[in-house]
Every structure is written in structure tokens, then in C-alpha cells.
Design a protein around this ligand. Structure first.
Ligand code: NAP
Length: 483
């Protein structure tokens, strides 16, 4: 039991248990073992954190210059780099993701988020509009207390993607990480407080979404909510925040198409589709879970994809050779399995996977599932149109560009798409007609942090990234001076 960590809230610079004393067990999906106890925070805990953030916003923090805030963000990035191995181990244990992924992507990106927004505010500029007899200049000011709510799939990566721009623009924050993955958020809070930062600027409150998360969204002193999570939760968050006219960013679910034309570079398209389908056990909002392939190459493509999926090494996330680790929980695995069963009932063929690997006694109580490919499923079926959020892809065949676009756009979601073709005109034409916030051509998840990130339709409202984040986390004020 000595390995079970006690995680506390970070409120006003202090580490505290929940006021009522209740805790939640945090289980690792790698072996099903309890690894931590976190506070089960309620309204009173959230109110204390929001009050600390409000006091900090009006205090010394408001005197910090942009350059001082940029230096702080760089210092946080340095701390993350210095603790990269520790943070990667925590993330892998807590989430089930392969350690090599946490080391290559999650933790470096968390540091990069802080460095990026440090650079962004150092180089930011204001607008000036002159008119006959007057001049306008526009400044951006901090909003106040920012409420940040993040999911379990990329815990530190997504939390820092919100904390960094919020602090960059001079806000104070109250963050509610997913109760399934609290470890790196808690460690980040400690690392930040090893630096000189006024208490209450960064607060982290753990607990359940329906309790702590809801309390954060409904609190009148929180002026802005940045939420990343599922579409159903996003709708509830919007319903609570909208009547109070809070600034709201919603980054929600996806059912993203990977569209492979016959003129694509075949090997690159297979490799890209595999990566888009199964990275992080298919638990990335951007994952390409619907693969649309032009009929003339479909047999060969499916065979190559299936062969590659079977080669993926499923198992212990702490093994540096593992490609596919554990899903977030055994409960989530059951949900994913129910979709595989649904796909079968809807007429699909489980061409590979669909079952749990036998990894031996120690790991068999973890949440593992083999990469699964469903073929022959109608493109309107539920298993082909609803977000599964696991290592499951369905492959569908199209005759021509028009049919590919109809299939691609024929879902409620509109987050991203990837298009594989060597025909430049087609790449432009198809990209222009896709109802998604982001399109990748001949690649997937290639990120430039300056570009707008976000979705259309039920994938969300608003954009994050670069100046879009800086604008979201601030209010513009125009000053008109008569000359
Ligand atoms: P989720 O269940 O919607 O939860 C997201 C966060 O919201 C968690 O911290 C959750 O807390 C909290 N929450 C739950 N109910 C709440 C409420 N009533 N008020 C306020 N907060 C509440 O999503 P998830 O299962 O963690 O994550 C998977 C989903 O996130 C997928 O749909 C995926 O596509 C989406 N996602 C989207 C993006 C994007 O950028 N578009 C990125 C990553 C993930 P608890 O966990 O404690 O319940």
C-alpha cells in the first residue's frame, strides 16, 4: 500500500485535502492497481480555489509585465524538461499509454506549450486604426479567473495547452483535471510552486466532473471556461455557462475520416492510416477512426492495413517496445467492446483484433484490447458514425470523390480529416469541401502551434492555438482618441 500516493488540491499555494475529507481511488489501467487517492472535491473546495484565484488576480500578479510572465512560462517549461522521465512514468502509469509515447509526445509537448506561449506574448502586437481626425488602438486585457476542464486522454499535454495561454494573458486559473488521470496535473502544480509565483495564480482542484467540474462551471466568479472532453459533457457545460454569458471554448469529440485515394502513395497511406487509427490506443479526439478507401485499391489496402495492425506490439506500457498500451479503464474497454459487438451485429466483419490479448497474470487485470479493424460495415451504421474512442477503425469503400465526400461529411462531428492523394488539385478540392475544422493532406497530427485548432458541428465551438488562444483568454478593448 505504500506505493499509493496521496494527491491533494492546490489552492492558494497550499496543498489541501477536500474540506469534507472524502477521497476517490485512482486506479492504473496497466494492472488494475490503486495508485493514488485524490480529493473528492465539492462546491466548497471549488469556491475556496476560485476565491484564491480571484484574490491573486487583483493582487501582485496584476503588476507582472508580459515579459515577466513570459519568463515564468519558460521557467515552467524548464521544470517540465528537468522532470521529463518522472512525468512520463506517471502519465504512462496513470493513463496506460506506452512510455515511449509519453516520452516522445506528451511531456515534450507540455513543455513546448509553455515555451510557445512565452514566445507568443513576447512577440505579440496590438492593432491601430487611424481615421480622419482620430486614431484607434486596441489592447487586450486579462479576463479574470479562467476555469479549465480537461480529459484523461492527453492529461498533461491538454492541461498545459490551456494553462500556458491563460497565464500568458495575465489570468489566474482553476483547473479540474479528469479524475481518471490526476497524477501529472498534481505534479505540475508542485513544480510550478517551486518557482516564484504568487499563491492563487494556479489552482488545481481534483474530483468528479459532475461535482467539482460542475461547481467550477456554474460559479459566478469564473468568467471563462475552456473545456475539452466529450460532446455530451460539452453540451451540459454550455447549458450551465451560457446563461451567465461566460466566454466558452468547447473542444469536443470526433469521428474523423482518413480518405485514401487510389493515387496516394500506398505505403505512406497505410502507415498514416495505422498511426491515425491506433496512436494512444485510438484515444485521441483526432484519431482517424473511419478509413475511406477508393474501391480500386481497397482489397490491397485492407490486407496491408490488417497485416500492419497485427504486427503492433500490445502490452505493458512501461516496456519501451510497446506500441499499444492499456485503455483508460476496464469500464471504458467494455464500452469499446460493445461497439465492436454492435459493428458485428450491424453486418461488419472483425477483420482483426476484437479481442483481449493474453498478457499473463500480472497484466490480464489491465485494460488491454487488440487493435481492431472492422470491414464491410455500412457507412451510416452506428459503429461507423458514433465516437468509439478506442483502438477500433472501420474501413469503407468509395467509388469516386463525390461519394468519399458524402461519406466523410455524413456524421454529426466535424473535427478533422486526413486526405491521401498525390493529385494536388484533388487535395485542394477535397480539403475545401470537407466540413471539418482541420484537414491534413498526406499526413496526420502534424502540429504547428500557431494554427487554429478546433472543430465544427458537434466537435465544438471556438478555436485554440496561437493568437486564437491569446484572443480567447483575453478581452479586447478599443481606445479611440480624437486628434
Ligand atoms: P468527458 O467525460 O466529457 O470529461 C472531460 C472532463 O469534463 C473531465 O475532467 C470530466 O471530469 C469533466 N466533467 C464531466 N462532467 C462534467 C460537468 N457536468 N461539468 C463540468 N465538467 C465535467 O470526456 P473524457 O471521457 O474525459 O474524454 C474523452 C472525450 O474527450 C472524447 O470525446 C474526445 O474526443 C474528447 N476530446 C476532445 C479533444 C479536442 O481537442 N476536441 C481532445 C481530447 C479529447 P471527470 O473525468 O472527473 O468526470
Amino acid at each position: 500500500m505504500s506505493d499509493v500516493k496521496t494527491i491533494q488540491n492546490l489552492i492558494g499555494g497550499q496543498e489541501l485535502d477536500a474540506i469534507a475529507g472524502a477521497t476517490i481511488e485512482n486506479t492504473s489501467p496497466t494492472r488494475g492497481q490503486v495508485i493514488a487517492r485524490i480529493p473528492r472535491s465539492q462546491k466548497a473546495d471549488m469556491a475556496a480555489a476560485i476565491s484564491a484565484a480571484k484574490t491573486a488576480f487583483r493582487g501582485e500578479w496584476s503588476q507582472w509585465s508580459r515579459l515577466e510572465r513570459a519568463d515564468l512560462l519558460d521557467a515552467i517549461a524548464d521544470k517540465i524538461d528537468a522532470h521529463k522521465d518522472e512525468l512520463a512514468k506517471l502519465e504512462s502509469l496513470d493513463n496506460g499509454k506506452p512510455i515511449k509515447l509519453a516520452l516522445a509526445v506528451d511531456i515534450p509537448r507540455a513543455a513546448a506549450n509553455f515555451r510557445f506561449f512565452a514566445g507568443a506574448i513576447r512577440h505579440d502586437k496590438t492593432d491601430c486604426h487611424s481615421m480622419p481626425g482620430a486614431i484607434n488602438y486596441t489592447v487586450r486585457k486579462a479576463i479574470g479567473v479562467a476555469g479549465l476542464i480537461t480529459p484523461w486522454n492527453l492529461p498533461l499535454y491538454l492541461l498545459t495547452w490551456k494553462i500556458a495561454p491563460a497565464l500568458a494573458m495575465g489570468n489566474t486559473v482553476v483547473a479540474k483535471p479528469s479524475e481518471l488521470t490526476p497524477m501529472t496535473a498534481a505534479r505540475l502544480g508542485q513544480l510550478i510552486h517551486e518557482l516564484e509565483i504568487p499563491p492563487g495564480v494556479v489552482n488545481i482542484v481534483h474530483g468528479l466532473g459532475a461535482e467539482a467540474g460542475q461547481a467550477l462551471v456554474e460559479h459566478p466568479d469564473v468568467s471563462l471556461i475552456s473545456f475539452t472532453g466529450g460532446t455530451v459533457t460539452g453540451r451540459a457545460v454550455a447549458a450551465t455557462a451560457a446563461p451567465q454569458f461566460k466566454k466558452l471554448s468547447l473542444e469536443l469529440g470526433g469521428k474523423n475520416p482518413t480518405i485514401v485515394f487510389a493515387d496516394a502513395n500506398f505505403d505512406d497511406a497505410v502507415e498514416g492510416s495505422l498511426r491515425a487509427g491506433f496512436l494512444n490506443q485510438g484515444q485521441i479526439c483526432l484519431c482517424g477512426s473511419r478509413i475511406l478507401v477508393e474501391e480500386s485499391i481497397a482489397d490491397r489496402f485492407e490486407a496491408a492495413l490488417i497485416a500492419k495492425a497485427k504486427e503492433m506490439k500490445v502490452g505493458d506500457p512501461s516496456n519501451p517496445k510497446t506500441d499499444v498500451g492499456a485503455l483508460i479503464s476496464t469500464a471504458h474497454r467494455e464500452k469499446v467492446e460493445s461497439y465492436i459487438e454492435l459493428g458485428r451485429k450491424e453486418g461488419g466483419t472483425i477483420a482483426c483484433g476484437g479481442n483481449r490479448p493474453d498478457l499473463g497474470d500480472a497484466l490480464n487485470s489491465g485494460a488491454y484490447l487488440n487493435p481492431t479493424i472492422i470491414t464491410g460495415l455500412g457507412s451510416h451504421c452506428r459503429a461507423a458514425t458514433e465516437e468509439i474512442f478506442g483502438p477500433v477503425v472501420s474501413v469503407h469503400r468509395f467509388k469516386d470523390e463525390e461519394e468519399a465526400l458524402a461519406m466523410a461529411n455524413g456524421v454529426r462531428y466535424g473535427l478533422c480529416a486526413s486526405v491521401w492523394t498525390e493529385n494536388l488539385s484533388r487535395a485542394h478540392r477535397v480539403s475545401a469541401k470537407l466540413d471539418t475544422g482541420m484537414v491534413w493532406v498526406n499526413t496526420w497530427l502534424l502540429r504547428d502551434l500557431r494554427v487554429p485548432f478546433g472543430g465544427m458541428k458537434e466537435s465544438g465551438v471556438g478555436r485554440e492555438g496561437g493568437r486564437y488562444s491569446l484572443e480567447f483568454f483575453s478581452e479586447s478593448r478599443n481606445i479611440c482618441i480624437k486628434l
